[in-house]
Design a protein around this ligand. Sequence first.
Ligand code: AP5
Ligand code: MG
Ligand code: ZN
Length: 227
Amino acid sequence: MKDSSGKKTMYLVLLGAPGAGKGTQAVVIAKEFKLPHLASGDLFRQAVQKGTKLGELVKSYMEKGALVPDDVTIQVISVRLNEPDCAKGCVFDGFPRTLEQAKALDKALAERGKALDKAIYIDVPEEELMKRLGGRWVCRQCQAPYHEVTSPPKTSGKCDRCGGELYQRPDDNETTIKERLKVYFAQTTPLLDYYQEKGKLVKIDGKLGIEQVSESVLEALGSAKVR
Ligand code: AP5
Ligand code: MG
Ligand code: ZN
């Protein structure tokens, strides 16, 4: 898409349940199209780790698997969107998650003379999501996701990309995973219709292996790699 000054831009949203592979595919898209990766969950986890005011505020919601209030989330994303690297586009991962957030994103982009290109929905059956989250390990430094079965790191406990320590997210326990799924079905799935009606929804079969899913995603985005 082009912005109001005629410059080419690419703003993408990744939709999908917890464990669908949003973070995994966002990294691939960001690399292929040289776009920043904006993951609301990562921004919140960094704030918790640093012990900032925002971190204190969001911690209890994240621990329970509940959503952080819309006003806080929208504010955090708007601030990030103002940074110069987002002027040509970005990949949103985990945002928006409510209709209010989706409308706020449309407005925020419009105010900057930009518009969303596509909402990529990674569709994965529920029983597969549990397996993916149960075996996930994440890099403490760069947040790259690994899986003990499907994508183990080269050296156990260490990130391939940055050498950082791998850990299991505190919200990846069975009780909290179930709550996150419940919240997803209640509050986030209405976004599928929202983007479908705008003609922006692209559905991807997310059951396949990581590389096959990447290929479908890149193909849907018109990457020269898969043409
Ligand atoms: P967030 O961090 O966004 O978590 P989530 O939505 O629950 O999603 P995940 O990060 O768990 O899954 P993913 O889709 O990224 O999967 P991944 O690629 O890692 O949010 C956390 C919390 O923050 C929320 O609960 C909420 O409290 C708060 N929050 C965040 N955003 C918010 C917002 N907008 N509004 C309000 N609150 C917000 O993959 C999972 C695993 O599967 C990995 O191990 C990976 O290696 C493996 N895998 C990936 N793809 C495949 C494949 N194709 N085949 C086999 N294995 C695969
Ligand atoms: Mg993620
Ligand atoms: Zn790392």
